[in-house]
Ligand binder design. Structure first.
Ligand code: AMP
Length: 328
């Protein structure tokens, strides 16, 4: 629902024989989204979203243009949009950046207001985990142990557990996620399919800065020189994609040659994998693959990826073709 408008009060009837006095138009009031902090507030606000389908965009706050694009895409397709803002302690390791993660609630709300969000659910951890740490959690399985899962043990179990809870609490019909977090997106699709969640998952292409850097809340940690260094990640992906016609080892080689020229980026992995198994694609492979990179720049761990079509007329893709996506 777009911003609420206030109906003009009924005008006094004009005396007979005179024309009615002009009534000043009442400007629509750009009402912001309803904010729910508790389960009861969410339940009450969600109950109002009756006429049409409900989309959810889940975030950890510190919203940027990438989040805004998810929200706007959802806004164009669904009758109502719910945004969740929740820093989920369950998906952060003990040495990760939970305590310093940027918290920018006021500007987050402004982005939500401008994008016509109906409802923002911004709970604290005790609202989500009302009985303390959950004993029962969603297991990401083997796909949760590779790539990001290898670097961040338990991350994907914690992420899926909160996604499951937020899907139940918001009762969304559709959920929008960014291709930026490719492994997360894959695991959410798997959970929804494997466990029969009644929700449609839609992916949205990665939104980038003009120079190619993938937008991320964590970019706020980067110094100017870190930011310059960080560009090697997206450059490597583009270089890999430019070699798509020559096959997997050419793609890996082209991407790696960019990364080795930037010793200040401490690369954790650079892989070309099958989009649904996350296994390295063999040299004979032709078709869609995920070129993914992760590394540390300064004190900040960054990830990026590019869907690629491998083969004679290959190159970069916005999103994979066989999934429900909001790509071009
Ligand atoms: P986060 O707040 O980082 O958990 O992200 C919330 C959602 O926004 C996730 O679905 C992310 O994949 C998505 N997202 C984050 N950055 C981008 C980006 N640069 N482009 C598209 N989606 C993004």
């Amino acid at each position: 629902m777009p911003a609420a408008s206030v109906a003009a009060p009924p005008a006094d009837p004009a005396p007979p024989g005179t024309s009615p006095a002009p009534v000043a138009p009442v400007a629509p009031v750009a009402a912001g989204p309803v904010v729910a902090r508790t389960r009861d507030e969410l339940r009450m606000a969600r109950r109002q979203l009756t006429d049409g389908d409900v989309a959810v965009v889940m975030t950890m706050g510190a919203l940027h243009e990438g989040h805004a694009t998810l929200i706007e895409t959802a806004r164009q397709r669904a009758a109502h949009v719910v945004v969740t803002i929740f820093l989920n302690p369950l998906q952060f390791g003990p040495r990760e950046d939970l305590s310093r993660y940027p918290r920018t609630f006021d500007s987050d709300m402004e982005i939500c207001r401008r994008a016509g969000v109906d409802l923002v659910f911004a709970p604290t951890p005790d609202v989500i985990y009302q009985d303390g740490d959950p004993g029962v959690r969603v297991s990401a399985g083997p796909l949760g142990n590779v790539l990001e899962g290898q670097a961040r043990p338990g991350h994907f179990d914690g992420m899926l557990t909160v996604v499951a809870k937020l899907l139940h609490l918001t009762r969304a019909d559709t959920a929008y996620y960014g291709q930026k977090d490719a492994q997360q997106l894959l695991l959410i699709r798997r959970m929804v399919g494997d466990l029969d969640f009644p929700v449609r998952v839609v992916s949205v292409p990665t939104v980038r800065e003009a120079d190619g850097l993938a937008m991320s809340s964590r970019n706020m940690y980067l110094t100017d020189s870190d930011r310059e260094t960080a560009l090697c990640l997206s450059r490597a992906l583009r270089a890999g994609a430019a070699a798509a016609a020559e096959g997997p080892s050419a793609i890996r080689r082209a991407a790696r040659s960019v990364l080795v020229r930037e010793p200040l980026a401490l690369i954790d992995y650079l892989v070309l994998v099958h989009p649904s198994t996350l296994e390295d694609v063999p040299e004979w492979y032709r078709g869609e693959a995920l070129l993914a990179v992760a590394g540390r720049v300064g004190t900040t761990r960054l990830i990026d990826n590019l869907p690629i079509s491998v083969g004679p007329s290959g190159g970069p893709l916005e999103v994979f073709s066989d999934v429900d996506s909001a790509g071009a």
